[in-house]
Write a protein that binds this ligand. Structure first.
Ligand code: HEM
Length: 149
């Protein structure tokens, strides 16, 4: 591959687009989904946006990965500290894993609780009347709180 001094513009654009989308997805999850009871009719609309956003994030990550493989990249930047330089790829790939786990648990929740059909199927369907869809939501699992309802 030829030597370049900057990342491809498409790669940079996808990077920042994904950064914004992932932060928005997290905010929608914590402040929208987790804060809205299933009995609230607005929750289905929030779920539609959240699920479509999550699937878009996954799709864009695949596109970004392909662009990354196909385009030339500049040499790795160095911090001047060998230990930090060694940690950098670990945190980078760790972040990929974290996003994939979030999306994976979201898919699992949606499939197990039948949310796909409720949110995107014929109108009129209602969410199960529990405070969270599985009784153990992602946020509660992450913060080790138990759902007693
Ligand atoms: C980068 C991707 C994603 C992020 C960062 C994310 C983040 C979140 C967060 C923070 C919550 C709230 C957790 C809580 O209840 O405390 C949540 C809930 C949820 N997410 Fe995602 N999510 C992602 C992708 C997805 C995808 C792809 C789907 C399904 C197609 C999905 C489906 C759901 C569902 C159904 C819930 C509700 C869980 C419940 O109330 O029990 N998510 N998500």
């Amino acid at each position: 591959m030829r030597e370049v001094s900057r990342h491809h513009l498409l790669l940079v654009t996808l990077h920042w687009l994904l950064a914004v989308l992932i932060i928005a997805e997290l905010a929608l999850g914590f402040f929208g989904l987790a804060a809205t009871p299933n009995a609230d009719p607005r929750k289905i609309g929030i779920l539609q946006v959240h699920m479509a956003g999550g699937v878009s994030i996954l799709g864009l990550m695949v596109v970004r990965f392909i662009v990354r493989m196909l385009t030339s990249r500049p040499a790795d930047a160095t911090t001047g500290y060998p230990l930090l330089d060694r940690i950098a790829p670990v945190s980078h790939y760790g972040f990929y894993v974290l996003v994939l786990v979030m999306a994976g648990t979201g898919f699992a929740t949606a499939i197990i609780a039948g949310v796909g059909e409720i949110a995107f199927g014929p109108p009129g369907a209602a969410l199960p009347q529990r405070s969270s869809l599985l009784g153990l939501s992602k946020g509660r699992w992450l913060s080790n709180r138990s759902d007693t309802s």
